[in-house]
Structures are given as C-alpha cells and as structure tokens.
Design a protein around this ligand. Sequence first.
Ligand code: GLA
Length: 392
Amino acid sequence: MPSPKIIQFPLSELLVNEVTEEFNLQYGNKPEIVTLAPGRINIIGEHTDYNEGLAMPVAIDLWICTAISKYSKDYFSVFSINYRQSVKLLPNATNVFSEPWIKLVSSVINILKSEYGILGGGKIVIGGNIPIGCGLSSSTAFVISVTIAFCNLFKIRLRKRELAIICKKIENLALGLAHGLLDQYAIILSKKDQFMIIDFQDDSIKYLPLSLNGCLWIVINSRINRELSKSAYINRVKECRKGLEILNSWFNINSFRDIDNNMLLELEKGYNIPYKRLLHLLGENIRVKKMKVQLEKGNKKQIGKILQESHESLKTLYEVSCMEIDYIVKISESFDGWYGGRIIGGGFGGCSLHLIAENVIEKYGEYISKNLGKKYGVEPDLIQVLFPGGVS
Ligand code: GLA
C-alpha cells in the first residue's frame, strides 16, 4: 500500500533562513529587507471575483520569500532558488524573457519604475514552497513578495489596497491575464485564523473567526497541470459578460447582482452557455452566505454539503473541473470522516480543498493515494493548511 503523503511545510522562519543564506552566498552579505507573502485557498465563492460576487478566501502557510538590497549598479541581479537560475534585468526589458518568473520580476521593476520613478539597481534572491501553478496563487504571492520588497527598499509608501491593485496590474501585464482581485486581497488582507468575506460589488471585506474543532482543512494537489486554464479563464470572463449584456438589453440591469432566477430562465431559451455560467454565479453567491452561517454554527456536515454543491456547480455549470478531481470528490463521499470538498482556484486541474475529521486524516491519505494511483496513475500530495494571516 502506498504511504500516505500528508505534508506539513516547514515554518516560514526556515524559508527566510534559506533565502537569507542563499543571498549571502550569491552576494557576499546579508539582505537589507526580507519579505514573506503567503499562498491562499478559497473556502467558497469561486469565479465570483470578476463578476461582482462574493468569496471567502484566506491566506495559508505556504510562502514566497524575497530578500533584497540596493546595488551600486543600475541593473537588477535576480536569483531564483526554485529554478536555480540568475538573471540580470535592465529597466524596461519586459517580454524579452519567456520564463514566467522572470517576466513577473521584470514587470514589477518596470511598473514601479514608471509609476514611482525609482532609481538605481538591486540584488535579489527569491525562494518559495507554494506548489507552482496549482491554484494556490503562487504567482500572485510571488509578485506581492517582490513588490513589497521593492517598495520597502525604495521607500514607496502604498496602502494595502493600492498595493493589491498595482500587484494585479503587474501580474496581468506580465502574464496577459485579466483576473479579479481575489488572490491579492487574500494574500495582503488576511488575518490570522480568520476567513475573509469579500463582496466584490463594493470591495468591502468582513472577517469571520475560525473555530472548527476536531477537523482539518486539507489541500490535495492532484498535480494535474492546468494547461487549459488560461484560455478557458478568459472565455469564462467573456461568457459571463455576454450574459450580463443580453440581460441588460432585456431588463435594463447593469450589475451582475441585479440578475435573478426569472431572468436566467429567459436567458436559458437562447443562450445556454451564458445561462449556465450565470446560474453558477447566483448559486455560488448564495453558498458564500450559507457558508458564513454554518461556519458560525460550527456545523461541519452542512459546511461539507456546501463545498460539495459548489464542486458540482463548478463541474457541470461553470465547467472548470477535471476528471481526476471529480474522482477524488466522488470516492471521498463514501469515506467516513470526510465532510466535503471541491476544486479551488481557476480550475482544470491543480488543487482541491477538503474538510476532514482530524482522527482519520492518515487513513484518508492512504485511501486517496491508493485509489487515485490505481485509477489514473497519479500520486497526489495532501497538504494540511493553517491560516497565519497575510503578508509580512
Ligand atoms: C484564479 C484567479 C482569481 C479567481 C479564481 C477563481 O485563481 O486568479 O482571480 O478568479 O481563479 O475564483
């Protein structure tokens, strides 16, 4: 029987030490500034952020760490521990590189230079333990960690929300995507052991203390790559906007939040795809509200049920799941002590989130590894996540 793979990642201090030591090795002295940006999960509210909807994300204890010092040269020397690669970046060199991590650093430099006129160069080392491209927001954490390092070094003062917006711009320009603000808000504005409830209609945020005893939040990294996610994400954004446009012409509404079920019944007649996407959106917004109530009550069964409903909706209406994660959710249903789970993030592979009784966690790990291995030859990682708060 394969051994269960329940990973608890080393404390952030260990990562900070590793990055600081590497900095010393690369440049022969200690960095002036070290920043840590966490990854995030989303308890509920998927694909709602760019549709004026509701979501409930929280930062987790996986990190990207950046160490930085000023340099006497007028370029930036950057070393990535994860890719064991260094690069020399001259200002305004975006798109010369094909590696996404270099594009991202380059985009940070160019945007901060053009918007805040920073002068001079820097020495940088970046490392992290967030699995890359798996729906845990590794690239957003990367951008935020590097941007905060720059802002501190060059004394650029930004409010947290300004930082979120500029980081979104940096990432979108570098990777050619137009995501919502879910990831940036979660990583920057999370508080320790609290879930956030974000209303993307007015960007208001409330916090919900986290107090579920006897169970754990587990992320399963299916390691299925998300090739489709970029093009499909852009399509989902367009499909939702098209639905709103049509409904606007029929009912004179302007906001996704004005849509109701009767309007959707009309849409279904001629526009099946926008209908399905918006039906998911309406349901998902309701599930965020229901989840808040059940979390406050500590009702694990109901929490699990809402997670499963969300998965079903992401699978059949929003169509962003994949067969391996559908299989994980399906076989988990008959496992005693599993309350519920669903695919998280952009979709098409990557990670799913599960609520599981603490005392069955080892057995669950064995069960998932064995069955997923047998059916798809996939060896998933199970990661127990904690909620340490946002960037530091
Ligand atoms: C990705 C995007 C987020 C959000 C989620 C889906 O993670 O970066 O902005 O849209 O997908 O909820």
